[in-house]
Ligand binder design. Structure first.
Ligand code: SF4
Ligand code: F3S
Length: 113
C-alpha cells in the first residue's frame, strides 16, 4: 500500500521528504511531489519531516482519495532523490484549503541540479 502525498504539498514542496526516503520513491511534479505507492516500503520516515503535513498512510479514508493521483503521476513524473530549492512563497500556501482544485498541475518538475 504505502504512504501517499496529499494536496497539502501543492505549492509548498519543501522536499525534506526526499532526503530521508531509503528507497528513493518520490516523483517530481511542477507544484508537488508524489510517492510511488508500490515502491514505498512503509518505513514512515518521511511523514514527520514534512512541515506541511502532506504525507499520510495510503490505507486510510483520506489516503484513498490521493492514492490514484500518486500512482498515476509516479509513473509519468521524473524520480527525485535530492532536495531542490523550496519555493520562496511556500509558507504562504501551507494552510490553504482546496489547493488541488486551484493549483494542481500535470506538468513534470524541472530536474534538481
Ligand atoms: Fe520513502 Fe519511507 Fe516515506 Fe515510503 S514511508 S515514501 S519508503 S520515506
Ligand atoms: Fe511536499 Fe512535504 Fe515533501 S511539502 S515535497 S511532501 S516535505
Amino acid at each position: 500500500m504505502g504512504y501517499v502525498v496529499t494536496d497539502k504539498c501543492i505549492k509548498c514542496k519543501y522536499q525534506d521528504c526526499v532526503t530521508v526516503c531509503p528507497v528513493n520513491c518520490f516523483y517530481h511534479g511542477e507544484v508537488m511531489l508524489v510517492i510511488h505507492p508500490d515502491e514505498c516500503i512503509d518505513c514512515g520516515a518521511c511523514e514527520p519531516v514534512c512541515t506541511a503535513q502532506a504525507i499520510i498512510f495510503g490505507d486510510t479514508s483520506e489516503g484513498q482519495v490521493w492514492l490514484d493521483l500518486n500512482l498515476n503521476y509516479s509513473n509519468t513524473w521524473p524520480n527525485i532523490t535530492r532536495k531542490g530549492e523550496t519555493p520562496a512563497d511556500a509558507d504562504s500556501y501551507k494552510k490553504l484549503e482546496g489547493k488541488y482544485e486551484k493549483y494542481f498541475s500535470e506538468n513534470p518538475g524541472t530536474p534538481v541540479r
